[in-house]
Design a protein around this ligand. Structure first.
Ligand code: IPE
Ligand code: IPE
Ligand code: MG
Length: 248
C-alpha cells in the first residue's frame, strides 16, 4: 500500500559525519559539531511542511561518553546553547521540544536548560522534536521490561508507551516510520530499537553538517514511494481482490 501523505510521520535522524566533515577541511572535529547545529535548525524548519509530526534526532548516544573528554564537553556545551538559543524560536513555530535519554549523568546547567525548553515549548502541536541525549535503545527496552509487574499483560502499543516513558518521552509517540542516517554508515548504533520494527531505513552519503531541507525532502519523497507491507503481500501483486478492483 502506498504511504498516505496525510498521516503524520515520525522520522528519526542519525546525525553522523561531523568529525569527517571537519577533518576533510583540516579543522578540529569539534568544528564539525558546531556546524552540525546549523543543520539541526534546517531540518527542524523543513520538517513540518513535509508532513513530519515527530522528529527524533540522535544527538549523543550513551556510548558517546567513550569519546575524549574535550569533545564530550564541546558537545554538551553546544547542546546547552542550542536549547537556550532555540527555545523561543521553537515556541513561536509550534515546536514542542523534549529530551529522551538519561538525565542523571548530565550537568545541572544542561538539565536546567532542558527543563526550561520543555516548559517553554510545552504547548507546541506542529512538531514534536525529541533530542536523544545519553540515549540507548537497548537501555530503554531493558528499563521498560524491568518496570513490568510479573503478572502484567502488555501488548505492543502498551510496551511502546513503557519504552517511551523509560526515556522521558511521555507524550503519545508512534512507532518510527523512517530512519535516515547521514555519512554513509549503515547501522543503527543503538537508536530507537523497539520503535523501528517496521521503519524504512535510508542511508545517505551527505555528512551531517551539509544536510539541509532539500535532503530531508528527497528522503521523505523516496519514503512515500516505498511500499510498506508489514509482513503482508503487495497490494498490486498477488492480491486478487485488489487486482479485480483495478481490472473492474
Ligand atoms: C556525529 O558525528 C555526532 C555525534 C556522534 C555526537 P561524529 O562525531 O560521529 O562524526 P564522524 O562519524 O566521526 O565523522
Ligand atoms: C551514532 O553515531 C550516535 C549519534 C549520531 C549521536 P556514532 O558515530 O557515535 O556511531 P558509531 O560509533 O559510528 O556506530
Ligand atoms: Mg560518527
Amino acid at each position: 500500500m502506498a504511504n498516505s501523505p496525510n498521516k503524520g510521520l515520525h522520522v528519526g535522524l542519525i546525525m553522523d559525519g561531523n568529525g569527517r566533515w571537519a577533518q576533510a577541511r583540516g579543522l578540529p572535529r569539534t568544528e564539525g559539531h558546531g556546524r552540525g547545529a546549523d543543520a539541526v535548525r534546517r531540518a527542524v524548519e523543513a520538517a513540518p511542511e513535509l508532513g513530519i509530526t515527530t522528529l527524533t534526532l540522535y544527538a549523543f548516544s550513551a556510548d558517546n561518553w567513550r569519546r575524549p573528554a574535550g569533545e564530550v564537553s564541546v558537545l554538551m556545551g553546544l547542546l546547552e546553547s542550542f536549547l537556550v538559543r532555540e527555545r523561543e524560536n521553537c515556541r513561536r513555530r509550534g515546536v514542542r521540544l523534549g529530551l529522551i535519554g538519561r538525565r542523571d549523568r548530565l550537568s545541572p546547567a544542561l538539565v536546567r536548560a532542558i527543563e526550561a525548553a520543555e516548559h517553554a515549548t510545552g504547548e507546541g502541536t506542529r512538531l514534536y522534536l525529541r533530542l536523544a541525549v545519553d540515549y540507548s535503545g537497548r537501555s530503554a527496552i531493558l528499563a521498560a521490561a524491568a518496570a513490568l509487574r510479573p503478572d502484567e499483560h502488555c501488548d505492543e502499543s502498551g510496551f511502546l508507551r513503557r519504552v517511551n516513558h523509560a526515556c522521558h518521552s511521555d507524550l503519545e509517540t508512534p512507532q518510527v516510520d523512517l530512519i535516515i542516517r547521514t555519512s554513509g554508515e549503515q547501522r543503527l548504533s543503538d537508536f530507537l530499537l523497539f520503535e523501528s520494527a517496521y521503519a524504512e531505513l535510508m542511508f545517505i552519503e551527505t555528512l551531517w553538517p551539509d544536510f539541509d531541507g532539500a535532503d530531508l525532502r528527497r528522503a521523505v519523497e523516496a519514503f512515500r514511494r516505498r511500499e510498506r507491507r508489514y509482513g503482508g503481500v503487495s497490494s498490486s501483486n498477488g492480491n486478487p481482490a485488489v487486482e479485480l478492483a483495478i481490472a473492474g
